[in-house]
Ligand binder design. Structure first.
Ligand SMILES: NCc1[nH]cc(CCC(=O)O)c1CC(=O)O
Length: 308
């Protein structure tokens, strides 16, 4: 088979993901080449994602190259993928998921959210900021974007005392020794897709190639969870800038799904937990979204869209 061309963003975390994909393909007898592609999300660093307009900021340029056949697959953090893709593209695989928790990262390992001692956290995530406001009002936040290495540098320069990040990225970039706290999945329920890598292809990609790529990379359990979460997100029309969260896990042949929404001040939040059969992930995700919308998420979403 002709070499597979892997498209990726150029950040260290993106490249880690691309090399991981390359290794898996190699293990399945497929040679590949990595093609680095710059995206709007990498270029605009002085504005928060919620202000750029989250849709496709990390994906648009990759999709252009998928569309014209310059690359065969695009590697993404599943969390960065908008919930609705253009009809010419599809997600064909999700890699085995890393631990999905958020972590508190600091050079001062004694820091703790529960201690009651005030400190400053650098984060631009609306979900994390709202959750902090709600549960830990003594914590201040400052806006912080850029790749992991840039943020850690800013922390070391004194712009904040700690960062609030996904464990997956921290672990992949080998900053485990700076983890002060691993946060609970019930309080800091992660964003949809956190911790897994999504593989995007053009629908038009040759069938045999697609099948082989999927065989090499897809983890069926993760795929089921991601289908649940993404169906949920799609119904809520939440891009990555909306403080919506959702985590599906499997137990036996059931999907356990906890999900919710929090308003920007952190004063209103709605959480739901439900189970559903493993063979109908989208139905569970959709039902949860509908239940949440009826329980008040509709009003919260409207309020948030007026504020961002
Ligand atoms: N929002 C950016 C982003 N997209 C994916 C990850 C981390 C790795 C992952 O969850 O796949 C991060 C950084 C973070 O939230 O800490």
């Amino acid at each position: 088979m002709k070499q597979i061309r892997i498209g990726t963003r150029g950040s260290k975390l993106a490249l880690w993901q691309a090399y991981y994909v390359q290794d898996r393909l190699q293990a399945h007898g497929m040679e590949s080449e990595i093609v680095i592609i710059d995206t709007k999300g990498d270029q605009i660093l002085d504005r928060s994602l919620s202000k750029i307009g989250s849709k496709g900021v990390f994906t648009e340029e990759l999709e252009v190259k998928l569309g014209n056949g310059d690359i065969d697959l695009a590697v993404h953090s599943a969390k960065d993928m908008q919930s609705s893709l253009d009809e010419a593209f599809e997600l064909i695989a999700f890699t085995p998921r890393e631990k999905t928790n958020d972590v508190l990262l600091s050079s001062n390992k004694a820091l703790s959210l529960e201690s009651g001692v005030p400190f400053v956290i650098g984060t631009s995530s609306t979900r994390r900021i709202a959750t902090l406001k709600s549960l830990y009002p003594h914590i201040k936040t400052v806006d912080m974007r850029g790749n992991l290495q840039t943020r850690i540098k800013k922390m070391q320069d004194g712009q904040c005392d700690a960062l609030l990040l996904a464990y997956a990225g921290v672990h992949r970039m080998e900053y485990d020794d700076q983890i002060a706290q691993v946060l609970s999945l019930d309080t800091f329920t992660p964003a949809v897709g956190q911790g897994t890598i999504a593989i995007e292809c053009a629908v038009a990609l040759e069938k045999e190639r697609k099948t082989k790529i999927k065989e090499a990379l897809n983890d069926p359990a993760t795929e089921t969870c991601l289908k649940t979460e993404r169906a949920f997100l799609k119904k809520l029309e939440g891009g990555c800038s909306i403080p919506v969260f959702g985590l599906a896990t499997l137990s036996g042949n059931q999907i356990h799904f906890r999900a919710g929404i929090i308003n920007l001040s952190g004063r209103k939040s709605i959480r739901i937990e439900r189970q559903g059969p493993m063979d109908a992930p989208e139905a569970l995700g959709l039902a949860m979204a509908e239940e949440l919308l009826e329980a008040g998420a509709e009003a919260i979403l409207k309020e948030i869209k007026g504020q961002l």
